[in-house]
Design a binder for this molecule. Structure first.
Ligand code: NAD
Length: 427
């Protein structure tokens, strides 16, 4: 099949490389010239395990190339929309990229044969119907007759994105009409995952409801963790016991300094603003956001108990990415934690195996080290914020060059048999 993917960010690039790896002919379209050049040179603009090799292979086999100009493509079977859908200041969804991509796609489909436009970006219920389709139909072509339309939300986990592309838990196909859905289902023929077909707005809401649920689940265990800290109980033991119950499950019970990443806050805020628009309310989701905003700062409060005067103290921060396996720092708890440390006059020395470059755009003036050992050298305390595998192997010896051995982990990271004295934010 011939596939165009509009937007070569996390989702677009992983989708494009995934389809190319499966043998389809893929064109990545992005407005960012630098990104397009990088992709054509086989340089991956993000860190995601396995993506670089798969991209090189796809380029070598002429299965993928990138361009800024969709018009340079002759014909296609599919156009996937994978542009960003950020929040506006008030939390509502900003559709400017979806709209501008839709205008480009409209111009493209105007003089081409039937193809199916698939909205993969996370968009609120009714967006495909009320925003995307009207723009596409300005061409005089009719959706469902002259071109197909589906909503096919993406559920990939950063850090496991390629695994999730090839083996998603489920494929949700929202369809304008049966023909559109049949065509998209055929593209996913060799996938072993369950496929659910539904209408456009239901598919759109399935994505939001899923993210809102996961954000709630992780916030729930964080609240239990906050109670555990006061009760002298280890929240990870509680989570393990809860997770053995099949009705609960062990995933998303990893308590810590709050959720981050590009999606959860943005999607929960967008869903809340849509809820207000329909004059409904969601007390749960507002509370989830409130709790999550405060959660990262708990680690600084704990640090202050151990070091009451933080002014001019040197603090090692291990881990900047919002989670292990990625260089993504969007909404990472580390951002507000570093801000708080700097507010207290701390000198911050940090280390992350992948995310330092991204963080240096936000904090250009803190010290970025190239190993955990370098970051720990002569520091007054250490905060561990991301559960990278290499931090799990740290032992007493690695912490021996600290000025004072105050170690606080914000997630379950260190091994109690390797490090004798440390504290958890929730245990
Ligand atoms: P991103 O910001 O990493 O990438 C978006 C890309 O779109 C950028 O490269 C940008 O230059 C490009 N773009 C913007 N306007 C364009 C246009 N008119 N034409 C062509 N390219 C254009 O975003 P992302 O993280 O990949 O997310 C994309 C969508 O997928 C969002 O709706 C997001 O909520 C959703 N999503 C993201 C994830 C994730 O883990 N990142 C997971 C599931 C769903």
């Amino acid at each position: 099949m011939k596939i165009i993917v509009v937007g070569s960010g996390y989702v677009g690039l992983c989708t494009a490389v995934g389809f190319a790896t499966l043998g389809h002919d893929v064109v990545c379209v992005d407005v960012d010239e630098e990104k397009v050049d990088k992709i054509n040179k086989g340089e991956v603009p993000i860190y995601e395990e396995g993506l670089d090799k798969m991209l090189s292979q796809a380029l070598q086999e002429n299965k993928l190339h990138a361009t800024t100009n969709i018009e340079s493509v002759k014909e296609t079977d599919f156009v996937f929309v994978a542009v960003g859908t950020p929040s506006k200041e008030n939390g509502s969804i900003d559709l400017k990229y979806v709209e501008s991509a839709s205008v480009d796609i409209a111009n493209f489909i105007k003089d081409r044969n039937y193809c199916t436009v698939v909205v993969k970006s996370t968009v609120l219920p009714e967006t495909t119907e009320k925003v995307v389709i009207p723009i596409l139909e300005k061409t005089g072509k009719k959706a469902g007759r002259d071109f197909g339309v589906c909503a096919n939300p993406e559920f990939l986990r950063e850090g496991k994105a390629m695994d999730d592309f090839f083996n998603p838990d489920r494929l949700i196909i929202g369809e304008l009409d049966k023909k559109s859905g049949d065509i998209l289902e055929k593209l996913y023929d060799n996938f072993k995952s369950p496929i659910m077909r539904t209408d456009l707005k239901t598919a759109e809401l399935i994505k939001y409801a899923s993210n809102a649920f996961l954000a709630t689940k992780v916030t729930f265990i964080n609240e239990i963790g906050n109670m555990c800290k006061n009760l002298g109980i280890d929240v990870y033991d509680v989570a393990e016991g809860m997770g053995l119950d099949k009705r609960i499950g062990k995933n998303f019970l990893q308590a810590g300094i709050g959720f981050g990443g590009s999606c959860f806050r943005k999607d929960v805020e967008a869903l809340l603003s849509k809820t207000k628009e329909t004059r409904a309310e969601s007390k749960i989701l507002s509370t989830v956001l409130d709790i999550n905003k405060d959660q990262p700062l708990r680690i600084v409060h704990l640090l202050k108990k151990r070091l009451p005067n933080l002014n001019e103290k040197t603090i090692a921060v291990l881990g900047l990415a919002f989670k292990e396996g990625t260089d993504d720092i969007r909404d990472a708890p580390s951002i507000s934690i570093i801000a708080e440390l700097l507010k207290h006059g701390c000198i911050v020395k940090c280390y992350d195996p992948k995310a330092s470059d991204n963080m240096s755009k936000i904090y250009p003036n803190i010290d970025y080290c190239n190993s955990a050992g370098a970051a720990l050298n002569k520091t007054d305390a250490c905060l561990i914020l991301t559960a990278w595998d290499e931090f799990k192997k740290l032992s007493d010896k690695d912490f021996s060059n600290m000025k004072s051995k105050i170690i606080i982990e914000g997630r379950k990271v260190l091994d109690k048999s390797l490090v004798t004295s440390f504290e958890g934010v929730l245990w």
